[in-house]
Structure formats: C-alpha cells, structure tokens
Design a binder for this molecule. Sequence first.
Ligand SMILES: [Cu+2]
Length: 140
Amino acid sequence: MNKVALLFLGVGLIIAGLWLSASAERGKELNFTVYIRAYDTTIPEATIEGVMIKNVRQFNVLNEPENLVARVGDTVNIKIVNESPISENYSIEGYDVDTTLKAKETKEVKFKASKPGSYTIWCKLHPKNIHLPGSFSVIP
Ligand SMILES: [Cu+2]
C-alpha cells in the first residue's frame, strides 16, 4: 500500500469511529412521567415577623420530578399526570411545550431536544412561589 492509500484508510477509520461514538450517544428516546401534585397543609402555629398566627395554610404544587435532563438530538416523551385537584399548566420556556391539564387529567408531549442549555419548566396558571418551577437541561 502506498502512503496515500494508508492516509485515506486512516482518515476513513477516524470518521467511522467518530460516527459510531456519536450515533451511540445521540438520538435516544427518553420517556419521562411527571406527576403534578398539590400539597395542602395547615401549620398549627407560626410566628411571622414577630406575630404569632394560628392555623397557617400552606398550599404548594410540585412537579415530580421537577428537573429533567436530555442530550441534544434526543426525542423527549413526557407523560404528564395532573393529580392536583385544580387545573395545572406545564410549560417549558424556550421549547414549544405549553399544555394545560384539567384536574386528574393526563397528557403526553413529544418533542426533540434540539438546542443545548437550561430551560425553566413552569406553570402559567399559578405564581412560582406556589407552583414551584423546575428545569429542563439539554447537554450538548
Ligand atoms: Cu400550577
């Protein structure tokens, strides 16, 4: 074999290796199930700014899990189960995800993780100190 043939063989092997390592990691199908749950608790006594208050009602809504991670190129399927007794919204800032679910409703969203970064998952119906936001992280 001459040098040119060896060079082509070497370059070909490198390209094949890169292609194999890239295809092994990219384009996975990720399936998540997220439960939206409301927590309604009453604290018997609380002292707020020096004033003692009885029967403080605390209402919070959580997405469980709140943080999701994907890689660029992955197909992301999220099954959203709204276990809250009220309507909830599930939106991902920067991605085309914005869905509202009635109480006890289940919906599925499917999209491609096309761009890297960290994006806020939030509910458009309730303030962020009540319905706590999460994150959708896309690894390059
Ligand atoms: Cu909400």
